[in-house]
Design a protein around this ligand. Structure first.
Ligand code: F6P
Length: 342
């Protein structure tokens, strides 16, 4: 196990390490394909190490409400290939208050829970960090989000499947776009960043990828489209990240129409279909690997960290670093997308 930073995850004293007899696991925030595989890995590795597991339903909401259920080896049978999360998920306002967290900690203590595994994204780890800072409660996080926007892991659980969902859809759009010589604006998820947009833009041969990172203006886009016309492109796909600064797919299409009428434009917003479906092999393996490490980290007294995989090695990153901005890693993708779109 590697530590990704000198700010260091916390290693608890040995007496706390010895009382790791029961852990709880929850999924929170937007669900992602592979969360079930992660739950399964947590449950099975805990049982393997002779530790009880409680499943917490509806994320932090379930912690606040005490919605716990004991999970056995068979409770997680045949969920490896299922999308979504058997534990349900939620974005919980109450947990964001001190009172909410006090209720959560009381429920954890009343149920004799010694450690918690949280599976989710930015918001989930912000909550976990508060739980650790305010109560010193041992928490380990697994990166479960399609957005891939967490530092300390090359890929988050669900990103690979979601991007495969996108390219499957865009390949179909390409067939019809090409038949009619059309220009399509396809909007993909990713509120604050363009990981999904850039990855899928490269994989589908998009003429342009509009994300907070590429910073292409509408005028710049029109210029790129004109170059495409000159180069005799018969159809064009523009991938737009939902968090793009000059607007989503509808707004951009409108702005392009205002500037030129030479394109037959159509728009598709892929939305939540990106989050569903059976997880890919990569996501299942990643989730399984991380789930085992989460349990073994708790056993070894490691807390306040997200487990990730960087360069094929397991890495622990403190929550505060994991939720910091990962945008710098996209420079290469921006360059590739630009060069290959001519
Ligand atoms: O964080 C995952 C994500 O799918 C984002 O890409 C998207 O912006 C958001 O969740 C959508 O949230 P909701 O499912 O609450 O509409």
């Amino acid at each position: 196990m590697l530590l990704s930073s000198t700010k260091v995850v916390v290693n608890l004293p040995i007496d706390i390490i010895l009382i790791m007899k029961r852990i709880a696991v929850l999924t929170s925030g937007g669900d992602s394909p592979g969360m079930n595989a992660a739950i399964r890995a947590v449950v099975r590795s805990a049982v393997f190490h002779d530790i009880d597991v409680l499943g917490v339903f509806k994320g932090y909401q379930g912690l606040v409400e005490g919605d716990f259920k004991k999970l056995h080896v068979r409770s997680v049978a045949k969920i490896l290939g299922r999308g979504g999360t058997i534990l349900k998920s939620a974005r919980c306002e109450e947990f964001m208050s001190e009172e909410g967290r006090a209720k959560a900690i009381e429920n954890l203590r009343n149920n004799n829970v010694d450690g918690l595994v949280v599976i989710g994204g930015n918001g989930t780890f912000t909550g976990a960090l508060k739980l650790f800072n305010e109560y010193g409660f041992p928490v380990i996080g697994l990166p479960g989000t399609i957005d891939n926007d967490l530092d300390g892991t090359d890929n988050t659980i669900g990103f690979d499947t979601a991007t495969n969902n996108v390219i499957e859809a865009v390949d179909k759009i390409r067939d019809t776009a090409d038949s009619h010589n059309r220009l399509f604006f396809v909007e993909v998820m990713g509120r604050d960043n363009g990981f999904i947009a850039l990855r899928t833009g490269i994989a589908t041969g998009a003429i342009a990828v509009m994300t907070p990172e590429t910073e292409i203006t509408v005028d710049g886009l029109v210029q790129v489209l004109e170059e495409g016309q000159k180069n005799k492109k018969s159809s064009s796909i523009v991938i737009v990240a939902e968090g793009n600064s000059s607007g989503g797919a509808y707004k951009l299409a409108q702005e392009v129409k205002k500037r030129t009428d030479q394109y037959d434009i159509r728009i598709t917003v892929l939305g939540h279909l990106q989050r569903g479906g059976s997880p890919s092999c990569s996501d299942r393996v990643l989730a399984s690997r991380l789930g085992i490490e989460a349990v073994e980290a708790l056993i070894n007294g490691v807390t306040n960290s997200m487990v990730g995989v960087v360069n094929d090695s397991l890495v622990h990153t403190p929550f505060e670093d994991a939720i910091a901005n990962k945008i710098h890693t996209l420079k290469d993708e921006v360059r590739i997308a630009r060069i290959l779109s001519i």
